[in-house]
Write a protein that binds this ligand. Structure first.
Ligand code: ATP
Length: 367
């Protein structure tokens, strides 16, 4: 799918079978043989629920932790023996970790001074970084006297100032309120594009991951479940965990009738047969689960569609309405329809309804 572009893509960080076990009774397997190739210039996100090992993977890449086993390379060179400060990698922490009694400019220059850069170069870089994060006018303000969003910008500028090849960001937006967070998501994406630095971003917020990333690795319990672009992950989740964690999904039991390439013909409980996508490299046969996004299904009165059932709750959300349907076997199925002022909502709780969806929107899940 990446076609011709592929030959120009180089791997920045190559994580192979990386394992981290924290000692204890019992020991904690925080990362279980994870493998990922993160490309140069990409905005790569590690997404997963609390405790799945995102921060551990980030700390291993930064060098704050040593792996139990596996390999970790940057542009073909092993990172494992290198202490954190010798890695061309920098980190932005959730807490920002700014010096409150120093000014914005001093916070940004601090790291460069520690690296022993010439004064003129430091001054030029600080100016460049303040312009990049739009903080030039606040240069002489102490960081204890600026807002949370502004502190976030300074933390970013400070981390970008030494021009690392890779920037690690551990939930950097979680302390910001909703509106600021939305603005900073776009801002971070802009910074990444403008600097061309590879960003590895950690979040448990699926919407944030979908909005900002070039690619996402979905993690669960120390393992990588699926890697792909936002659309790929959303439209074609390979397994139940991914389908469930990202967005809302309906799950339907179905029987595989035949498979050709990435398409399977599956029979639904209603007796109708429909084409569905299969996950790459998975053998699908027999009884399977099909995932269908609520907004990919349509609903109307009657009983002629692929599925029919009884309409339960109808929930109005402004932009759309959610219809909760009970199928004859007891399965719940939600249909989400965009609201339009010119379309009357003529369905009511208790109605017999029929559900339909296009042939290719169903995704067969891996066991
Ligand atoms: P969160 O989103 O809550 O930050 P996470 O996905 O980043 O979670 P990690 O912080 O990597 O998860 O933790 C993975 C697992 O390892 C968890 O079970 C955690 O309790 C455990 N763990 C993390 N750090 C240590 C440590 N220093 N010693 C022992 N166990 C640890």
């Amino acid at each position: 799918r990446t076609g011709v572009r592929c030959q120009y893509v180089t791997t920045a960080i190559n994580v192979r079978n990386l394992r981290k076990v924290y000692p204890g009774q019992p020991p904690v397997v925080a990362l279980a043989d994870a493998s990922i190739q993160i490309r140069d210039n990409e905005f790569f996100t590690l997404l997963g629920p609390s405790g799945c090992g995102k921060t551990t993977l980030l700390r291993l890449i930064a060098g704050f932790e040593n792996p139990t086993s596996g390999s970790l390379e940057m542009h073909g060179q092993s990172l494992i023996e290198l202490p954190p400060y010798k890695r061309p990698i920098n980190t932005v922490f959730q807490s920002y970790a700014l010096f409150p009694h120093l000014t914005v400019a001093q916070n940004i220059s601090f790291g460069l001074e520690m690296l022993g850069k010439p004064k003129a170069e430091i001054a030029a870089t600080v100016d460049e970084m303040m312009a990049l994060v739009k903080m030039t006018e606040m240069a002489d303000r102490q960081t204890s006297q600026i807002s949370g969003g502004q502190q976030q910008r300074v933390a970013l500028a400070r981390a970008l100032a030494p021009k690392p090849k890779v920037l690690l960001l551990d939930e950097p937006l979680s302390a910001l309120d909703f509106k600021l967070r939305k603005d900073m998501q776009l801002e971070l994406k802009r910074l990444q594009t403008e600097t061309g630095i590879t960003f590895i971003f950690v979040t448990h917020d699926q919407e944030e991951a979908l909005t900002m990333s070039d690619r996402i690795a979905v993690m669960s319990a120390g393992t990588i479940r699926q890697i792909g672009g936002p659309r790929d992950i959303y439209d074609h989740p390979a397994e139940r965990f991914v389908a469930d964690f990202i967005g809302d999904t309906n799950f339907l039991k179905a029987d595989v009738v035949s498979v050709a390439g990435q398409t399977a013909m599956v029979r639904l409980a209603s007796g109708q047969t429909i084409a569905a996508r299969t996950p790459e490299g998975a053998d699908v046969a027999g009884s399977v689960t099909l995932a269908i996004r609520p907004e990919h299904a349509g609903i109307e009165a009657g009983s002629g569609g692929l599925l029919s059932g009884t309409l339960g709750e109808v929930v109005y959300f402004g932009t759309d309405t959610h219809y909760h349907v009970a199928l004859p076997d007891g399965t719940a199925f939600v249909v989400r329809q965009q609201n339009r002022p010119d379309r009357a909502d003529d369905l009511a709780t208790g109605d017999m309804v029929s559900i339909s969806f296009a042939p290719d929107v169903g995704q067969v899940l891996r066991d």
